[in-house]
Design a protein around this ligand. Structure first.
Ligand code: CS2
Length: 491
């Protein structure tokens, strides 16, 4: 393939690039002012784009230092191309590719703890953002607080008393970073959770405070006190559909920009960012690129989490059971659009009245999900279900049940999830999804048991003892298992 002979994307390539492809701001003029944990495709297609466009509008110089928490590959590959990469916006008809230049460095956490701490000590750095997925927060399924017994957290907590350079979780690095800042500058800082969890700001504040509290630091009380007035944890919702990049996507992007790009990302043209207006330190003017700063993000957060992410998970498990591979495949079936609409109708009564329009939102989802140029794998969305479903379905289910409403669509979706947790012959999950609780989920399938008991045991793994004990719910889910397993979606 001729594109493989293209020179690698790099800073000295910028001058040779077409103007409509080149970053709007010269990356060499930027300063390291934002620290981001989680170097995935989503971040590169979302926060990094907002930051770049904000810089272009304001002339400010917010550069992002990206940290890859657990694998070196992305950080190495990004550095090999001077932290440049392309984003392709995929309309149903026609693509647009351009190079993003707002990332100024890419680090691999275990090898960069000194650099990370050095950044926290710098008053020039005033914003930290995170996209580390639900599993990066190490929350206990029952209380939602920090799971101090989780091995990586327990190891980091032990290291607070011995060797601070050995703190290897993102939460550990943030807690230590706040301590570094408290001791060296006391400059205020904002820590911005960009993961799909309701009340994500409060959740992050809670687990970081839990970590400090459980640490061996002698000054932890003073640190916690300083955090109450100098560290803000705004809640946010982020939205953009960004499937995992394929080799074909990388080749197409490379051809479009004329340079080989191993870190290309593709996304739908739509993007949204709503942030709670509680920042206490200087920050990029993301509102100049359309981000919305509001006093209360809850209405937006619940609408996105319960409708978009909730429907996504339902599509993922029902689609996998029906033999589909991508979201767009599901939307091409006879039942795909009906599923999204029925899901929306069932869930909408749980959304706060706030002048938003859930029905219009659902119609927009039908269109976004159907975008045929998005190769969004159901397997990717179906992974980590044990952490996603409590956020996406279970509170909705509780609220609807408490209000005496029927919940056939959520029950059908739960039946499909139950089927997807069944271990396959090779011990992995059916359909190739992965889950940090895969072992506990597989255990629920060991030995003979009535279907309702299996459903109940699986709900317990989600931390939902109340639902597991609701016989009418486990019966209703169990009754739907066979039709779902046969690929039928009966709403
Ligand atoms: C998806 C999300 O993988 C998933 O679980 O539901 O990544 C979804 O695409 C984004 O939240 C869209 O903003």
């Amino acid at each position: 393939m001729h594109e493989l002979n293209l020179p690698r994307l790099a800073l000295d390539a910028l001058d040779q690039m077409d103007a409509d492809v080149r970053p709007p701001v010269d990356p060499r003029s930027l300063r390291p002012r934002v620290l981001h944990f989680g170097l995935g495709a989503f971040h590169r297609a979302h926060q990094a784009v907002y930051t770049e466009n904000a810089n272009a509008q304001t002339g400010e110089q917010w550069g992002i230092v990206d940290v890859a928490p657990s694998t070196a590959r992305a950080a190495v590959a990004l550095r090999q191309q001077d932290c440049l990469y392309s984003v392709t916006d995929r309309e149903p008809r026609g693509f647009r590719t351009r190079v993003v230049g707002s990332v100024v460095d890419a680090l691999f956490l275990p090898e960069a703890t000194d650099q990370i701490q050095h950044l926290f000590a710098s008053p020039e750095l005033s914003t930290v953002t995170l996209t580390i997925t639900e599993k990066g927060y190490y929350r206990r399924p029952d209380s939602g607080r920090l799971d101090q017994a989780a091995a990586p957290i327990a190891a980091d907590l032990a290291a607070t008393a011995t060797d601070e350079s050995a703190l290897l979780t993102v939460l550990g690095q943030i807690a230590l970073g706040l301590r570094t800042r408290f001791r060296l500058t006391e400059a205020p800082i904002d820590i911005v959770c960009c993961d799909n969890m309701a009340n994500n700001g409060a959740i992050l504040a809670g687990v970081v405070a839990d970590f400090v509290e459980a640490s061996g630091w002698p000054d932890k009380d003073a640190l916690l006190e300083w955090m109450t007035h100098s560290v803000s944890f705004p809640a946010t919702i982020v939205d953009r559909i960004v499937p995992a990049t394929t080799d074909a996507d990388r080749d197409a992007a490379s051809v479009a920009i004329g340079f080989r790009d191993e870190m290309a990302v593709v996304g739908e043209p739509y993007r949204q960012w709503v942030l709670q207006d509680t920042f206490g330190a200087p920050r990029p003017q993301w509102e100049r690129d359309g981000a919305l700063f509001v006093p209360d993000v809850a209405p937006y957060q619940l609408m996105k989490l319960r409708l978009l992410n909730g429907a996504h998970s339902a599509i993922a498990y029902l689609g996998l059971a029906a033999g589909c591979t991508t979201v767009a495949d599901v939307m091409r079936t006879a039942w795909g659009a009906d599923l999204v609409r029925a899901f929306g109708r069932e869930v909408a009564p749980t959304l706060p009245e706030a002048g938003l329009d859930p029905a219009a939102y659902v119609e927009a989802l039908v269109e976004r999900f159907a975008n045929p140029s998005m190769n969004h794998l159901l397997r990717q969305i179906g992974s980590d279900g044990s952490l996603k479903l409590p956020e996406r379905w279970l509170d909705t289910l509780r609220e609807l049940r408490a209000a005496g409403q029927v919940t056939p669509v959520l029950e059908t979706a739960l039946a499909a999830w139950v089927q997807a947790t069944r271990p396959s012959a090779d011990g992995a999950q059916q359909f190739g999804t992965t889950d940090p609780a895969a072992g506990a989920l597989a255990q629920c399938w060991v030995g003979p048991a009535a279907a309702t008991q299996r459903v109940s045991a699986l709900l317990r793994v989600l931390g939902a003892a109340d639902l597991a004990d609701s016989a009418d719910l486990t019966d209703a889910v169990a009754q739907r298992l066979d039709s779902v397993a046969n690929g039928r979606v009966e709403l």
